[in-house]
Write a protein that binds this ligand. Structure first.
Ligand SMILES: *Cc1c(COP(=O)(O)O)cnc(C)c1O
Length: 806
């Protein structure tokens, strides 16, 4: 233990006098390192400046020092492929041997007791154990509920061997001697994590011994990947230490990646198998007959097939040098992160909404047992979900998305730990299967199903985490998720306003079409009346760019350069002229002949949820032009030019919708981002700007064109977001029914003029225009011909009058 007294939990939380909100006390975090952690950060982790990195359980972060030293080493020494006589080879061999000893020393074991096998990562180490383990009839594999998927994967090997079985167990079962194995004679394997990567719960080495006591034929595999990140795994008590220990070095030092370790207790050597072989593990072999003999000297000689990652092993040496220089020992790191974790937990659990309902629901076993500050039971990981004041869940992907835009690095989802996920989120096997059937897969954005979380949020600390990281994270939660008064984050901000009428001077300020989907908009000239069709303004999203590789339409979200592609229409010339920087103008006919388009339609199902085909252009000059601009192979494609195509943006229920509509429920829109017309209000865009100026630390300017509306309305008396209340409006002599707000994504952060990506206006919109995880701006509309005058046209200046309110 450190000489510093461990502060008690109560010390960390204070209450802000003004807001009555819990605040971190500016209590000093004791200094465990030679320098204050802030100084270490500033000097040796310059790439972490301004970043709130809270994903050390994913990987901790390498320091600039170890990378620089490694680079210098490689560029001043000649390292060859090991195990030969040349000086360059001998140098590599010597280095590898030295690092191997150093790693053994780190774990406090002697080469007499353990050998280290270098692998690609912890998963490869686990897989190797499963491959060399002497499974036989009656063997059993059992793992702890808190195991990583990489451990569960051993099931895959065991299931392929006849007469073996696999199961899961809990710590409680083991401690209460409820653990049973099928056959006491066959070798069996018990695997468990030293630290759960989901909750940070730590399990003692004694757990393996408990199992061994119940069945001496059990070997113990300890997955130390998560544990090793921030604390010392001391294996010096060899009487009680595990048979196999697996880990990845990047989790300990940030770098190198692609290098893992497997410690094997040497007493197991005689029972382990060797099946696959390759490279340097061979002592003698006959190529023409199945006869081979292996090096039988050391375990690593037997199990390191192929060339080891010798340069990264050298990198590891520098990483270890740097870590001992900056942090002295892993015991210091352990003390440091332990205090930060306790502080963070204490502050987060005190965060509450105006009605006293807590913001965070924790999934940390030791937290509920108030043993969070006990480093033998809890590592530096907090796992939780957020709830609103009304108790409803906030989706983890939503939180992570907003965090990412503000340089906060957290993780959401299931963390490759299905047992913990099932346990904490009360997901029965059936629920997991149902969720999968409903389309939810690991790593997707589906954070809630039936309003229940499918995953959670995880923050984790590492050697160079600081108090500031916690403060900034808490400030972030406060700003975006705490409701300080009733309805401070209502479905939609309902502002008091008078119904817009002629005197408000509401009118069309701009009319914009996007002839090529996701490319730059074309502003309809002021004096021009533009035709309104059932599926939108004429020529709006009539064309698209389709990836040659996937056959799917490209989106600006991924290909920001698309907004530099500027189409201009000339209806009188029947042409669309497309410009892009550094390219000659491309002229395309508005009404191509059948020959110009491929006769076979390609499915466009991912575009708007309907399987309606588009036709590619045959002309390679056209396709090459776009491919050159974007740097990927694409084809221009067009919707079929026939009247039947007119339903393509309209779902049947939208067409069937009655224009009078008063007696019906308002039509809900299920289209992802397409509807015939998107109305945006300049007053609302101005309001977003005001909020950015007020809340955001940036000076970013919002341009109403970022919202990519078709009809931009303005007018002095127009109030922000009054369009939320509208049900039906007339614009000039045309009537439109409003279908509901448009859900927004990061695409609103792409400046349509410069293709630059920023965090605004999304971050600020997320602050006050968010409902059930959806960020809303603008209104979808359909045209109502039966209430409109022919010809159906719009033009800039047409007055907007509200006919019906919600
Ligand atoms: C990260 C981790 C793994 C997997 O490590 P890889 O480097 O991805 O192979 C396995 N188990 C635990 C507990 C982990 O935290």
């Amino acid at each position: 233990m450190s000489p510093h007294a461990k502060p008690t939990v109560e010390r960390f939380v204070d209450f802000d006098q003004k807001t009555d909100m819990p605040a971190l006390k500016k209590a000093e975090v004791p200094q465990f390192y030679p320098l204050p952690v802030e100084d270490i950060r500033a000097r040796y982790f310059t790439h972490l400046a301004d970043q709130v990195y809270l994903d050390h359980a994913g990987t901790t972060i390498y320091s600039t020092e170890q990378i620089r030293n490694f680079q210098l080493d490689l560029t001043t020494h000649l390292y060859g492929n090991p195990h030969s006589r040349s000086p360059s080879s001998a140098l590599s061999t010597r280095k590898i041997d030295a690092v191997r000893s150093r790693v053994l020393e780190h774990f406090n074991v002697t080469p007499g007791d353990y050998d280290l096998v270098f692998t690609a990562n912890a998963t490869a180490s686990i897989k190797l154990v499963a491959e060399i383990f002497p499974w036989q009839q009656g063997s059993h594999f059992v793992c702890l509920q808190e195991s990583h998927t990489s451990i569960l994967g051993i099931r895959g090997i065991v299931n392929g061997i006849e007469g073996t079985s696999a199961s899961m167990t809990s710590e409680q079962d083991i401690v209460q001697n409820n653990y049973r194995l099928c056959n006491h004679d066959a070798p069996s394997l018990f695997a468990y994590p030293a630290q759960c990567n989901f909750s940070g719960t730590r399990f003692p080495l004694a757990l393996g011994q408990d199992v061994k006591r119940q069945n001496p034929n059990v070997k113990v595999l300890l997955d130390a990947a998560s544990y090793c990140t921030s604390t010392l795994l001391d294996l010096s008590d060899t009487a009680n230490s595990p048979d196999f220990i697996t880990f990845s070095f990047y989790k300990m030092f940030g770098s190198p990646t692609g290098l893992g370790g497997l410690l094997i207790k040497k007493c197991n050597k005689s029972i382990l198998k060797k099946s696959y072989f390759g490279g340097g593990t061979i002592a003698a072999i006959v190529a023409s007959e199945p006869w081979q003999r292996f090096h039988a000297t050391e375990l690593h000689d037997i199990y390191e097939d192929g060339t080891v990652n010798f340069l990264d092993i050298i990198s590891l040496d520098h990483a270890m040098d740097t870590w001992s220089k900056l942090f002295l020992s892993f015991r210091n790191i352990s003390n440091h992160v332990n205090i930060l974790t306790t502080m963070a937990y204490d502050t987060l659990q005190a965060l509450a909404h105006y009605n006293g309902k807590p913001l965070c629901t924790f999934y940390n076993i030791s937290a509920s047992e108030r043993r969070l500050s006990d480093p033998t039971r809890q590592g530096p990981i907090l796992n939780f979900n957020l709830r609103r004041a009304n108790g409803s869940w906030i989706g983890g992907a939503e939180v992570e998305k907003i965090a990412s835009l503000t340089n906060i690095h957290i993780r959401s989802g299931g963390f490759c730990n299905p047992g913990s996920n099932q346990y904490w989120l009360h997901l029965t096997p059936d629920v997991v299967k149902d969720n999968y059937a409903a389309g939810h897969v690991c790593g997707d954005d589906v954070d809630l199903l039936n309003d229940v979380p499918t995953g959670s949020l995880r923050i984790s600390f590492g050697a160079m985490s600081s108090l500031q990281d916690i403060e900034k994270f808490v400030a972030f939660l406060r700003k975006y998720f705490i409701e300080t008064e009733p309805a401070s984050m209502p479905p939609i901000v309902h502002t008091e306003h008078t119904t817009t009428n002629d005197s408000s001077n509401a009118h069309i300020q701009d009319l914009i079409i996007y002839p090529i989907k996701s490319c730059h908009g074309y502003h309809i000239p002021a004096s021009t009346s533009w035709t309104v069709t059932p599926q939108g303004l004429l020529y709006d999203r009539e064309w698209m760019l389709v990836s040659a590789e996937t056959g799917l339409a490209l989106s600006q979200k991924r290909y920001t350069k698309m907004c530099a592609i500027r189409p201009e229409l000339s209806v009188s010339n029947n042409t669309m002229t497309v410009n892009a920087p550094g390219m000659p103008a491309l002229i395309i006919s508005l009404e191509p002949t059948q020959d110009e388009l491929s006769s076979i339609p390609i499915c466009e199902s991912r575009v708007c949820g309907e399987s309606i085909g588009v036709h590619r252009y045959n002309d390679s000059a056209i396709n090459n032009w776009f491919s050159e601009v974007l740097g990927v192979e694409v084809s221009l494609a067009r919707h079929p030019i026939s009247a039947s195509a007119h339903s393509r943006f309209l779902k049947p229920h939208l067409q069937a919708n009655s224009p009078s509509g008063d007696t019906k429920e308002p039509t809900s829109i299920s289209l992802s981002n397409e509807s015939p017309f998107l109305l945006v209000s300049a007053a609302s865009a101005d309001d977003v700007q005001t909020k950015i100026d007020e809340f955001s630390d940036t000076r970013e300017q919002v341009n109403v064109t970022s919202f990519r509306g078709n009809i931009v309305i303005g007018g002095q008396a127009l109030t922000a977001f009054e369009e939320d209340q509208w049900k039906r409006i007339s614009i000039g002599s045309q009537q439109f029914e409003l279908l509901g707000p448009c859900r927004r994504c990061h695409m609103v952060c792409i400046n349509q003029e410069t293709a630059e990506k920023t965090k605004e206006p999304f971050v600020t919109l997320a602050l006050y225009r968010r409902i059930q995880g959806q960020v809303l701006f603008g209104q979808h509309m359909v045209h109502v011909p039966s209430l409109s005058q022919f010809p159906y046209t719009l033009r800039i200046g047409d007055p907007v009058v509200v006919q019906n309110q919600r």
